[in-house]
Design a protein around this ligand. Structure first.
Ligand SMILES: Nc1ncnc2c1ncn2[C@@H]1O[C@H](COP(=O)(O)OP(=O)(O)OP(=O)(O)O)[C@@H](O)[C@H]1O
Ligand SMILES: [Mg+2]
Length: 258
């Protein structure tokens, strides 16, 4: 459970979001009228079958992709309709990303990778804050190493530190443990949980893994571009049980929309 402030504000909100790719016969509707809010200081997992729209939703929420209809807000800013320049600035200042493939720059050290986004933004790193995340992630001895000299788990921990370095309004993570073994995955998930409980971070994480989802405060299930279930206080067993009955959930959602 989150121990963040009792007054919950909304960090991210989507209202009536539609998104399609391609034209005519080849068109794929990836999001169908999705409305969802993510509370500040909460850890939310997004689950659903492959192709259900999880990454698309995350990209639309993060301003990495545009919506066809509907609006997205980050904090008190409506990002829908913002120009490229304003969006780039907003992503840099308010959003942290963690990807499945780590996406570290190979020629830079771990420390340079962590502080690069701040340097690009022309922002001053808060040395105490950076030190604290590096310590929490157990990276103190690895700061001068290049990504090729780090294990997968260490690389992803560097990516976590990079995502949190600017204290963003929200961190989006797309299958952050997808390329990690169980132990390294647990380290990353424990850190994400700690960052919510101790630092009040807001996290939205896509995952296929019920055990990973159990670290979250809430799980939003997507199917066929729609939210079909919203679960509070998930456990791995609750999530697995829900996945077993997923076909019924989807049929019910489609029936409602027919
Ligand atoms: N750039 C694109 N061009 C065309 N179709 C796309 C594009 N991106 C996604 N799609 C389609 O939109 C649908 C949703 O894709 P999305 O990547 O959001 O799924 P996902 O839930 O993240 O799946 P996975 O679990 O496999 O990552 C899929 O049918 C996909 O093929
Ligand atoms: Mg995806």
């Amino acid at each position: 459970m989150s121990t963040a402030s009792p007054v919950k504000t909304t960090a991210v909100a989507a209202q009536g979001v539609w998104k399609a790719y391609g034209q005519g016969e080849a068109q794929v509707v990836a999001l169908r009228d999705v409305s969802v809010e993510f509370a500040s200081g909460a850890f939310t997992a997004i689950m659903g079958p492959s192709g259900s729209g999880k990454s698309t939703l995350m990209h639309c929420l993060a301003g990495l992709d545009t919506t066809d209809r509907g609006t997205v807000g980050i904090g008190d800013t409506t990002i829908t309709g913002l120009g490229d320049k304003a969006l780039t600035k907003l992503r840099r200042d308010k959003i942290g990303f963690i990807f499945q493939q780590f996406n570290l720059l190979p020629t830079l050290t771990a420390e340079e990778n962590i502080t690069l986004p701040l340097a690009i933004a022309g922002a001053k790193a808060d040395p105490d804050w950076i030190k604290r995340i590096i310590h929490t992630l157990d990276l103190t001895d690895r700061l001068s190493h290049k990504p090729t000299e780090l294990s997968g788990g260490q690389q992803q921990r560097v990516a976590c530190a990079r995502a949190l370095a600017s204290r963003p309004e929200v961190v989006f993570a797309d299958e952050p443990t997808g390329n990690l073994d169980t132990r390294s995955g647990a380290e990353v998930l424990n850190f994400l949980r700690t960052s919510v409980d101790d630092f009040g971070q807001t996290i939205v994480m896509v995952t296929h893994d019920p055990n990973a989802a159990a670290y979250a405060d809430r799980v939003v299930f997507l199917a066929d571009g729609q939210i079909v279930e919203d679960m509070a206080d998930p456990t791995a067993d609750k999530v697995i049980d829900k996945m077993k009955h997923f076909e019924e959930l989807v049929a019910a959602a489609q029936g409602e929309n027919a």
